[in-house]
Design a protein around this ligand. Structure first.
Ligand code: GLP
Length: 236
């Protein structure tokens, strides 16, 4: 594990964007595992700049996102499909047909989960997986549990996650109670993993996740076992 501490969010975003763009330059048709939340916003802004400057070309890249709220379709402004389209995909030269986000409105969610794992396998796995981390240690929407769940699955969101994500919705009652998330199998078989986090409020969970015991009660702690993990943290 490379655990890099930087001064501030801007430096974190610059470093993360550089690593992602280096991956695309080394392998133009790579598969990027992408994340939502506020943490990657700065990274995406830097990637957009680099793409506009001609420093990187996303035309052959495939993206596979981590998760989606159950019951929100891509037109809902809090859906993760909408987030990705607005904050990244519409601003770089990626082919929208090569971008994937779980369908939280699928009539058969079990089939959607199986199809999502098949999609990851068909692409030979993810080359670089970008992650944020929740205050309870969740990655994607893999919430604290008694065991690590390997496959893509439907989860009940923790009350603390609902509370944390309520800031994006009109009220806490509007936050979906369930989500579809890639499981630990998809994440751990990624060739490289890059986790970014910032803020004093994440300090405690970062210490638990990367320097504490490996336990499904702190889902991100499993990443300690990943052979090519980079973590970038800034307290500011
Ligand atoms: C959400 C997402 C996660 C994300 C987490 C932290 O619950 N499903 O992928 O890492 O929130 O979000 P933030 O970066 O806004 O703190």
């Amino acid at each position: 594990m490379r655990y890099i501490t930087v001064k501030n969010y801007d430096e974190l975003s610059t470093k993360a964007a550089a690593l992602i763009c280096a991956q695309v330059n080394v392998k133009p048709n790579c598969v990027l595992g992408l994340a939502t939340g506020s943490s990657p916003l700065g990274t995406y802004a830097k990637i957009i700049e680099k793409c506009a400057n001609g420093e990187v070309d996303f035309s052959e890249v495939t993206s596979i996102n981590l998760d989606e709220y159950m019951g929100l379709d891509g037109t809902h402004d809090q859906s993760y499909r909408y987030f990705m389209n607005t904050n990244l995909f519409s601003k770089i030269n990626i082919d929208l047909a090569k971008t994937h986000v779980p369908n939280g409105c699928a009539a058969d969610l079990e089939a959607e989960c199986r199809a999502y794992d098949a999609l990851i396998a068909e692409h030979g796995g993810i080359d670089l997986q970008l992650l944020g981390i929740g205050l309870d240690g969740h990655i994607g929407f893999n919430e604290p549990d008694k065991y690590f769940e390997k496959a893509t699955h439907v989860v009940e969101l923790d009350p603390s996650t609902i509370e944390a994500n309520a800031r994006f919705f009109a009220s806490e009652a509007d936050v979906p109670r369930k989500a579809v998330t890639m499981g630990m199998g998809g994440i751990m078989t990624a060739k490289k993993v890059l986790l970014i986090a910032s803020g004093k409020n994440k300090k405690e969970i970062m210490e638990k996740a990367f320097f504490g015991p490996i336990t499904p009660e702190v889902p991100a702690s499993i990443l300690q076992l990943h052979p090519d993990l980079t973590v970038i943290y800034s307290e500011e």
